[in-house]
Write a protein that binds this ligand. Sequence first.
Ligand code: FES
Length: 287
Amino acid sequence: MSADEDKYPAESGRRRFVKGVVGGSGLAAVGMTGAVGINSATTSPGEGGGSTSAMAIENTAGPAPRGMPQIPIEITDDGYLKGVWPEVQEVDEGGRTVEVAQMQLGGQTYSSEWFQYCGVESYQGIVPSYDSENFFRSTASAAYEWQQEALEAGERLNIDMFENYETWGNGIGEAGLGKPASGRWRSEDTENTIPIQVIRSPIIEEIANGNTDADQAIVDWLSASTEEGFIAWLNKCTHFCCVPGYKQAESSASFGGADGVYCACHQSVYNPFSIVETLFVARPRPE
Ligand code: FES
């Protein structure tokens, strides 16, 4: 399914009454939008999905219905950045046994279902048992000059590349908030690219270290899911599935997004330094 077909983010459990409907076009025909409605008694036509609570970078403006889900980070001994992918578990969902990559992390249940929206649920890299080394790799068309100069497409991101993270700027918005890179994850040898973005930020470091007035639950979560100030998320706008960017568009300033993650499609803005719990209905993976 292409992003374009995915016109209605699954915000309602009611779609699950529609037998056999898996793709976004079927959902569009049903005409479903609106508030979250959960009916856990219904069965899903695919694998997993349903009511999901994810930790996300907050949506602060524009039509996006919610934030974009975070990807917990780990850094290898030689400095390479990876996204955490949990062990596969079998869980009971609505009377069916489904496979989910799931773990307890920083007081939250981190699950592969966080990424099951916008068609990503049909990507090979999101299959819980898909074997990947989980490194974050540079994208072919990196939006940042530093990244174009330092990295070939497919090269792994390394902490050494972010040493100037406390001062970096590119003329868009304020400098010194953090240094970004755009990349992909769990996408090698697959047909679809899972777009991700990372920022190494002194703000994230401060929150994770408990030096702000953030809620303890957020501190617990960020100290477990970020490392050395690095935070990552699935970079798919929850509105109509475009790929947004942190400090990538001059025009973002006109919409209050110069220091945020801005989606140029319909001007949604996300704040990568504000982490919130978000409830949504994850789409089932196709069987
Ligand atoms: S704001 Fe519409 S796709 Fe991002």
